[in-house]
Design a protein around this ligand. Sequence first.
Ligand SMILES: CC(=O)NCCCCOc1ccc(NC(=O)Nc2ccc(S(N)(=O)=O)cc2)cc1
Ligand SMILES: [Zn+2]
Length: 256
Amino acid sequence: SWGYGPKNGPDHWHEMGFPIAKEGARQSPIEIKSQEAKYDCNLKPLNLSYDPASSKSISNTGVSIQVDFDDCSDRSVLTGGPLCGKYRLRQFHFHWGACDGHGSEHVIDGKNFAGELHLVHWNAEKYSCFGDAVKAPDGLAVIAVFLKVCDSNPALQKIVCSLECLKSKDSKSEFKDFSPCSLLPSCLQYYTYLGSLTTPPLCESVIWLVLKEPVTIGADQIAKFRCLEFGPNDPMVNNYRPPQPSKCREIRKNFE
Ligand SMILES: CC(=O)NCCCCOc1ccc(NC(=O)Nc2ccc(S(N)(=O)=O)cc2)cc1
Ligand SMILES: [Zn+2]
């Protein structure tokens, strides 16, 4: 099935059952040109209310490392920003490169970061389950945080330590009492635009919230991400989709 290799990677997804990859009007990620983003004074600050007790497990999904949350009630929710309603945190995961010079999905003014963290939320006020929300134009809200290789990040250490037992595809461990807030930068200024999932099925249901401030990851920490595997003897690296045509979409920002 789809992946990030030479035969099943992003350039092949349109011929693997996901024509939207080529035909879509709001595909993600995109290149963000900061000067073209429009400051909108009506954009509210992001309001995150995460219950650390709602984290459940961490798994190697075969395409990323993912932490899943209990989204059966409003325990960890995102409100504010451009959003109408309450969006429940379902999972977060990462994208990264084989080397520090690339690995992020969104690109800012031509700059690629070493990786990118995605916190995936769904509109539980309007839709009854994730599966319904993922098909709706306002169904999902994903916060994107750039990872910059610099000092080691203590907030990532619990994740990094769990990777040793998650090398293989479909491996899974318990992962309790983790606060996703700890992964966020102190400044929550953001760019926002309407886009899609960046992996198949590439549903055009995501309100993207791309934080301006990156967080750090240590060279030793990202090295451990690169020891994970897509499959046997197939290192999990470069699990990112490159920027897609903007198709004259408006990008707004909540800061001047
Ligand atoms: C054509 C077709 O086949 N349609 C089928 C629709 C049914 C829904 O299928 C789905 C849709 C989504 C999921 N789970 C996800 O959490 N996906 C996901 C993918 C990428 C991101 S990212 N990187 O943050 O943009 C975030 C979340 C599972 C099944
Ligand atoms: Zn992602």
